[in-house]
Write a protein of this length. Structure first.
Length: 146
């Protein structure tokens, strides 16, 4: 992205809440705020040319597409984990529970917990009696019929 110097005592990046030179973590709202600030503070005698504007618009679209892809992959991942966990019901597993204690037993149910601060973050867990085990902490699965 081209750099447009700030007007006055604050640069356009700091006006949008972006600190330093780390623009890799800029979300779409911050990027749009930055673009609007650049447009408001540009030199009227030397405005941004069309090529720069098109470049920034394409970057906005790229950020939007990347965000949508991330959401889709997260949803797909949760679906896959839920499918794997539901296939474990009735099977004997060896795992670590939420207190990092070793647990063995038969999976009797599956649950999905949503993060209280970020509802897009979900965790799939299996229940072995009174113990709750994150699906990522399962070490061994044994078919109980065998």
């Amino acid at each position: 992205m081209t750099s447009i110097p700030g007007v006055g005592s604050s640069s356009s990046a700091s006006a949008s809440g972006i600190k330093g030179n780390d623009l890799s973590s800029v979300d779409l709202d911050q990027f749009l705020g930055l673009l609007i600030t650049e447009l408001q503070n540009q030199d009227p005698l030397n405005p941004m040319d069309n090529a720069q504007m098109l470049t920034q618009i394409s970057q906005i679209r790229e950020i939007g597409s990347t965000n949508k892809l991330t959401e889709t992959l997260t949803t797909l991942s949760i679906g896959q984990e839920l499918s794997m966990a539901s296939n474990m019901i009735g099977k004997r597993v060896s795992a670590l529970d939420t207190d990092s204690e070793s647990v063995e037993g038969v999976v009797d149910r599956v649950s999905v917990q949503t993060d209280s601060e970020d509802p897009s973050i979900r965790k799939v867990s299996v229940h072995i009696g009174d113990s709750i085990v994150d699906i990522k902490n399962i070490r061994e699965i044994v078919d109980s019929a065998g």
